[in-house]
Write a protein that binds this ligand. Structure first.
Ligand SMILES: Cc1cc2nc3c(=O)[nH]c(=O)nc-3n(C[C@H](O)[C@H](O)[C@H](O)COP(=O)(O)O)c2cc1C
Length: 388
């Protein structure tokens, strides 16, 4: 009898069965239509390929819940009911081709808006503190801003449900708004949305409760959580805080936690960003495993998804001893069929070299592996020269 590897065994998130332990971590696609973020044919094509790739759970790139929560051009929008037909198409393209599950990530950018894009926009954050990477100083959110933002997150959750996504993921990571609220580095408010950890968590608590009220308790609400900020200056979010937050999330009935870390400002500390580079050996892979283990110990039966630098089949299988799912982002850009390849033993390591050109050099043309694109262009040029 051959034993099935853990990675190919089904798992559960809430009541939902996921056919294997692979998650496509949320990845901004840069392919939605401006200015509202409607789903386009290019987006449908991308999700069709991911669905055909046998990934158990696909998470969309972050979608914006309100106009001033948009981070970049061509980001998916979920801030208006008019967007529902397009979002339904996105779900359908996955369901028609596979039994993969699809969640949508919902987000507000907070102060982390791409500088060029930020010009003449109303940039808000929990506190008016200058971002040391972008030099952007946001406006401190008023109580009315917070109330509106909570309402918009809840409406986005309701739209995710109505569009028939299998679940919704709240973006509590990487220094975007909800991640800013839980972090003392970004949140220095003195009202009930700042100060103690309970206060810093309040906005999230109100959003989760609101989404469950508007949908139903069976609809999985998950989070991508920063385990730590990894920034230069104190105060900052540490694993001591995120452990407590994980327990608070359980109380709110969350269905899973994806463990990540780092913010824009982590760049100033070196290679501590959410998408680390130079993943050349097994030792560099799964770089948030220490934090994920701590959180898993805290939450026991709650599914934990580990993201960050997983590149080899061997490491994916090894870490599944400690966590419930493995999430990958950059590898699926060049190889949306990576899970299939590993299943059929066609390969044992992703081709991704973690250069981050996909993150910084999209140039308005959407998500693609720019490293491979350059290699192919060079090859073609050589062939043309040889043919002359
Ligand atoms: C091009 C690109 C876009 C990303 N977009 C998002 C996003 O929309 N939401 C999110 O939570 N993380 C986003 N990330 C971070 C990834 O989901 C992931 O956490 C990180 O890249 C580490 O995983 P990896 O080593 O498998 O790429 C993005 C990363 C890249 C490279």
């Amino acid at each position: 009898m051959s034993l099935k590897l853990r990675m190919f065994q089904s798992g559960k998130i809430g009541k939902l069965t996921i056919k294997n332990r692979f998650v496509r971590s949320a990845t901004y696609e840069g392919l939605a239509k401006e200015p509202n973020g409607e789903v386009t044919d290019k987006l449908l094509k991308l999700y069709q390929k991911l669905a055909e790739g046998e990934i158990g759970l696909i998470t969309t790139g972050f979608s914006f819940v309100q106009e001033n929560g948009k981070a970049f051009y061509n980001q998916i929008g979920i801030h208006k009911d008019e967007l529902l037909p397009g979002l339904r198409k996105l779900v359908k393209v996955v369901k028609d081709r596979s039994d993969s599950r699809i969640f949508i990530q919902i987000a507000h950018a907070g102060r982390q808006v791409f500088p060029d894009f930020a010009k003449s926009r109303d940039i808000v954050a929990p506190s008016s503190l200058t971002d040391k990477l972008t030099n952007i100083t946001p406006r401190e959110m008023t109580r009315d801003d917070i109330t509106t933002c909570i309402r918009n997150f809840i409406a986005a959750g309701r739209r995710a449900y109505e569009a028939e996504f299998d679940g919704v993921q709240l973006h509590l990571a990487h220094g975007y708004l909800l991640s800013e609220f839980i972090s003392p580095h970004y949140n220095q408010r003195t009202d009930e949305y700042g100060g103690s950890i309970e206060n810093r968590f309040r906005i999230i608590q109100e959003i989760i409760r609101g989404i469950y009220d508007e949908t139903d308790k069976q609809f999985p609400v998950t989070v991508k959580l920063n385990a730590a900020d990894f920034v230069k200056d104190e105060p900052q979010l540490t694993i001591t805080d995120s452990k407590i937050i994980a327990r608070m999330l359980i109380k709110e009935g969350i269905a899973a936690i994806e463990v990540s870390g780092g913010t824009y400002e982590s760049t100033l500390l070196g290679n501590y960003t959410p998408s680390r580079t130079k993943i050349k050996s097994k030792e560099n892979e799964a770089y948030f495993l220490p934090e994920a283990k701590v959180i898993k110990r805290e939450v026991k039966n709650l599914p934990i998804i580990l993201v960050g630098g997983i590149r080899s089949k061997a490491v994916a299988e090894e870490v599944l001893e400690f966590v419930d799912f493995v999430a990958l982002s950059r590898p699926f850009i060049q190889e949306p069929d990576l899970v299939k390849k590993w299943q059929q033993s066609i390969s044992t390591r992703a081709e991704c070299i973690s250069c981050n050109r996909c993150l910084f050099e999209q140039g308005g043309k959407g998500l693609r592996c720019i490293y491979m694109e350059k290699i192919q262009k060079r090859k073609k040029r050589k062939q043309q020269i040889n043919a002359k």
